[in-house]
Design a protein around this ligand. Sequence first.
Ligand code: SF4
Length: 351
Amino acid sequence: MSDLLLQKLFEKSDLADDEFTQLIESDFFDEQLRQLADKARRSYYGTDVYIRGLIEISNYCRNDCFYCGIRRNNYHVERYRLTRNDILNCCETGYKLGYRTFVLQGGEDKFYNDDMICEIVSTIRKLYADCAITLSLGEKSYQSYKAFFDSGANRYLLRHETADTEHYVKLHPSEMKIDNRKKCLFDLKQIGYQVGSGFIVGSPYQTTQNLIADLRFLQQLQPAMIGIGPFIAHHQTPFQNFKNGELKLTLRLISILRLLFPYALIPATTALGTIDPLGRELGILAGANVIMPNLSPVTVRKKYELYDNKICTGEEAAECRHCLNRRITSIGYNIVTHIGNVKECKQQLIK
Ligand code: SF4
């Protein structure tokens, strides 16, 4: 029975809801699932692992997501913003270390208006024509996304976090709407970005049905990138007493995602490395093919604490780069200096 289920997932990149339930709720299939996911990844990407240089430009945020350490109502956070020159210095360091994608990530911070973002993006574009520019700046209008794209941004990350409306309401204040987040994702796709979405594994109140809704939403969106990570409680949030998401379930879902979206770029996230010292390596072995090391100045890293005990907040960029090289090589994969675009996604966008 297990063989049939996994073979169906491998060949058809889909399952019925009750079949997903079996896979998600049992650890019985894990090793076989992992091996098939690895096979699918190798058929598209071989043993290549792409690196993305993450630049955390601001920890100010107008939102108040209940799970997030830098939510606006956390008055204990020491807030910071990187200047244009800080950001360009991070890119310069990253380029020398072999990064060919820069990810500018931040809370929803009104300080950076569209003109400022466009100017920074177009400067990076001029200086590093062979690099991808990824933005992760939250929900914006169609016009803003379009202006960033026209300035030279290629990719946009916006996790939907949970696709189920009732569950979304339990994780976010009432002014935040899942419908708007989904609209943003489809807008980004229509503009021409390589779009990344994803969800939290093991977030408070999450059910298996919620996870299946996440998979179904991703099937509609057909994103280029899919980032998932375990929920990790932050001690200054309303969810401080909830238990963390599980490593095993996160790895299982990475393998399922690889089989559903064999072409996708799937990061082994920092959150995975935070719940287990070998979490990122295990993520790669489960089917992930991207790592996103931190290029932010060391002086601000600890201030961008979305969850407790986040790793890699002390090392210089060069140390991180060498450490990751060793880690990825040790499990039989290779970090490549490459822009690392998504392999052609064959299915068309379903609206
Ligand atoms: S998860 Fe993102 S949008 Fe929500 S509070 Fe944190 S930084 Fe802001």
